[in-house]
Write a protein that binds this ligand. Structure first.
Ligand code: GLC
Ligand code: CA
Length: 513
């Protein structure tokens, strides 16, 4: 089956970050019971699939991206039986399920790493990178060196926190472990996997950037693809690939490897028409020859929420630490985020919605430092506040925290701003001008839009205009209002103002002659 014919081809996938979505038992941390109670909301929103960030057994040194057991659910979130029920309930609503797989590293609490620590002569030692001395100068992505010392004096590699030792993928046992994990979740009916740091698995310790894009990684994905295709649901893969190089990026999407990849160029792109057009054109020209769907994403659990990003003087994304960033203009950011949603959802390919973006949530930039939990805060020597600001628990209802995230009186694991009272799902439900209403309308309409290739249309400077079939999308990133004639052809507009004002977008149906 070619990737173009799978459901992922034009799907909209909603990312659930379990600890911050909904808390069923009131301990302040989101859980499976909370998610199950909100599945109807996702159905009404109109997405096709849900991607669950890790829900596995974990000491939570990196909010679950440090996995101690890949085949069970952390008791904080619920039980395996409950996950099975949740998968079945999602399927019952017609929603596909994607789970996160974290193959580059595990948790230092993983039994195999524990066995390796206990005895330097243990065979489990070879499942990781243990050396007498650091084998190179690599830095961890969370700051500090990528090598830490084990109690016996030897050193082991961790590209992220010291609590996340890297697997040695040259060892067949590691491959067998992950093969078994893929099958475990495919047996439970999942429809696909999001692969964490997908380009890191294979290492050349002697090369400066030998931790990514090594040739051997492709062979692993060819094997994974065979496993997924052997199941009736033919699981799909989406790789997390922070790779600006279209050539090496496209190699992951060859027909017998991954179906899709996040390339993040769109997410990182500043709010600028020429740059956006360039990114979109490059993305499409990377994907078209290999017949793979492009992947569009504006926010996730690792980056500053785009309402805030688009309201800053510098609207692009980078991972530079931001301790005291310039204040964001949230009204402007929200206006742009509305336009960006219509842009993203009109582009050919699949789109991702990060929980809360449909509510227009901003980044919480003023979390008190004592509540910060992202390891980047400590690892950076308290110079980088990290990613907690985009992980604040969702506001569902009511006028005071916990805003329905958990039962009244419960305390969410990160404090929610009082100002979120006006951003709850309940407050937006019946407001036709709300972000939630815009997402619902766009997701509903998207199903009726023409598919097919994108064709750029002539447009004034600062304006993006493209056509797909009989439908046109226009985004005004200039400072001038554009006249819009033929109101009767407007399908959806990001703003209720005359014409097409700055930072607004519109979907139009072509006049039939
Ligand atoms: C990915 C995840 C991020 C995590 C890191 C290490 O980038 O998205 O949240 O910290 O991998 O697993
Ligand atoms: Ca809970």
């Amino acid at each position: 089956m070619s990737s173009s014919t799978t459901w992922i081809h034009d799907a909209v996938i909603y990312q659930i970050y379990p600890r911050s979505f909904a808390d069923g038992n009131g301990d302040g941390i989101g859980d499976l019971a909370g998610i199950r109670a909100r599945l109807g909301y996702l159905k009404t929103l109109g997405v096709d699939a849900i991607w669950f960030s890790p829900w596995y057994v974990s000491p939570m040194a990196d909010a679950g991206y440090d996995v101690a057991d890949y085949r069970d659910i952390d008791p904080l979130f619920g039980s395996l039986a409950e996950a099975e029920t949740l998968i079945a309930e999602a399927h019952g609503l017609g929603l596909k399920v994607i789970v996160d797989i974290v193959p580059n590293h595990c948790s230092s609490a993983h039994p195999l790493f524990q066995a390796a620590l206990r005895d330097p002569a243990a065979p489990e030692r070879d499942l990781f990178y243990f050396r007498d001395n650091p084998a190179n100068e690599w830095s961890s992505h969370f700051g500090g060196p990528a090598w830490s010392q084990a109690p016996d004096g030897s050193w082991y590699l961790h590209m992220f926190a010291p609590e996340q030792p890297d697997w040695n993928w040259d060892h067949p046992r590691v491959r067998e472990e992950f093969d078994a994990t893929l099958r475990f979740w495919l047996d439970r009916g999942v429809d696909g996997f999001r692969i964490d740091v997908a380009d890191h698995l294979v290492k050349d310790l002697s090369a400066m950037d030998g931790y990514r894009n090594q040739e051997g990684v492709h062979e692993i994905y060819r094997e994974w693809r065979k496993v997924a295709e052997s199941y009736p649901q033919k699981g799909i893969f989406v790789g997390e690939l922070w790779d600006p190089d279209p050539v090496s990026f496209a190699r992951y999407l060859r027909p017998d490897e991954l179906h899709t990849g996040f390339n993040f160029a769109f997410l990182a792109c500043p709010w600028d028409a020429a740059m956006m057009r360039e990114v979109i054109t490059l993305t499409l020209s990377t994907h078209q020859p290999i017949n793979a769907p492009a992947t569009w994403v504006l926010s996730n659990h690792d980056v500053v929420r785009h309402v805030t990003r688009y309201g800053r003087p510098d609207t692009g994304h980078n991972f530079l630490p931001l301790l005291d960033g310039p204040p964001a203009d949230l009204a402007l950011g929200t206006r742009r985020a509305r336009a960006a949603a219509l842009l993203m959802l009109a582009l050919p390919g699949c789109a991702y919605v990060y929980q809360g973006e449909e509510l227009g949530l901003p980044e919480v930039e003023d979390l008190p430092t004592h509540v910060l939990q992202d390891p980047r805060w400590v690892r950076s020597g308290y110079t980088d506040r990290g990613r907690d600001g985009c992980r604040v628990p969702l506001p569902w209802s009511g006028t005071n925290p916990p805003f329905g995230f958990g039962p009244a009186g419960s305390t969410p694991w990160l404090p929610q701003p009082e100002s979120w009272a006006k951003l709850t799902a309940e407050a937006q439900e019946d407001d036709p001008g709300s972000m939630l209403s815009l997402y619902r309308a766009a997701l509903r309409l998207r199903r009726t839009l023409d598919g097919g290739p994108l064709e750029w249309l002539d447009s004034p400077e600062g304006v993006l205009a493209f056509k797909r079939g009989h439908h046109t999308c226009i985004i005004n990133l200039s400072a001038e209002t554009l006249p819009l004639d033929g109101d009767e052809h407007v399908l959806l507009k990001s703003i209720d103002e005359p014409g097409l004002p700055p930072d607004a977008a519109v979907w139009v149906k072509e006049r039939v002659a």
